[in-house]
Design a protein around this ligand. Structure first.
Ligand code: GAR
Length: 206
């Protein structure tokens, strides 16, 4: 049975600007059907952990290196999900592919933001700046971001939201990445978190 608000865990690896967009959206009321109660990083130096601490949210660093295998890493994440009674997992700049063993435990309860218009520039090997490098190399004039449910296929789950962003002459991968974040990711990720949280609440009452 779902609690009043969906309890959300955000998985991160780096700067955490998407995490910040979610936290800001909670403050402004854009997200009101869910609440971030846990942030997990697979990188102990991730600035996202500092953002969580500043917001008074529990942050956990789980080290795949110390745990020695993907299976042990995922088991530790599952334990945390149970301990914190998590309803929804948000991958926000989480740079590691989760196995089918993990994703199949949470059907339609894991969402991810990807910095391109899926099915372009997605799947294994396409993450972070690499996505924008590939878009510029191809010469596309429009790119964007996608929020989707996570299943066993990397970037292959059902699409929840997409937003297009123009590519400009002279863009570098860094400049394009920033524009895609500002004009797409930081908007559609919080909106999607709210939409899915609200739907989880409805489903649990049926
Ligand atoms: C974001 O652009 C996000 O879409 C991307 O990494 C960046 C993380 O930034 N994620 C992926 O490429 C996952 N496949 P952030 O840490 O500032 O949110």
């Amino acid at each position: 049975m779902l609690k009043e608000k969906a309890r959300i865990a955000v998985l991160v690896s780096g700067g955490g600007t998407n995490l910040q967009a979610i936290l800001d959206a909670q403050q402004s009321g854009v997200i009101h059907s869910g609440e971030v109660v846990l942030v997990i990083s697979n990188n102990k130096d991730a600035y996202a952990l500092t953002r969580a601490a500043k917001a008074g949210i529990k942050g956990l660093y789980i080290s795949k290196k110390e745990l020695k295998s993907q299976a042990a890493f995922e088991a530790a994440v599952v334990n945390a999900m149970e301990e914190y009674e998590i309803d929804l997992i948000v991958l926000a700049g989480f740079m590691s592919i989760l196995s089918e063993g993990f994703t199949s435990k949470y059907p339609k309860r894991i969402i991810n933001v990807h910095p391109a218009l899926i099915p372009s520039f997605c799947g294994k090997g396409y993450y972070g700046l690499k996505v924008h490098e590939a878009a510029l190399e191809k010469g596309v004039k429009v790119t964007g971001a996608t929020v989707h449910f996570v299943n066993e296929i990397p970037d292959g789950g059902e699409i929840i939201a997409q937003k297009a962003v123009e590519v400009m002459d002279g863009d570098t991968p860094e400049v394009l990445q920033r524009r895609v974040m500002e004009q797409a990711e930081w908007i559609i990720l919080p909106q999607s978190v709210e939409k899915v949280s609200a739907e989880l609440g409805v489903r649990s009452q049926e």
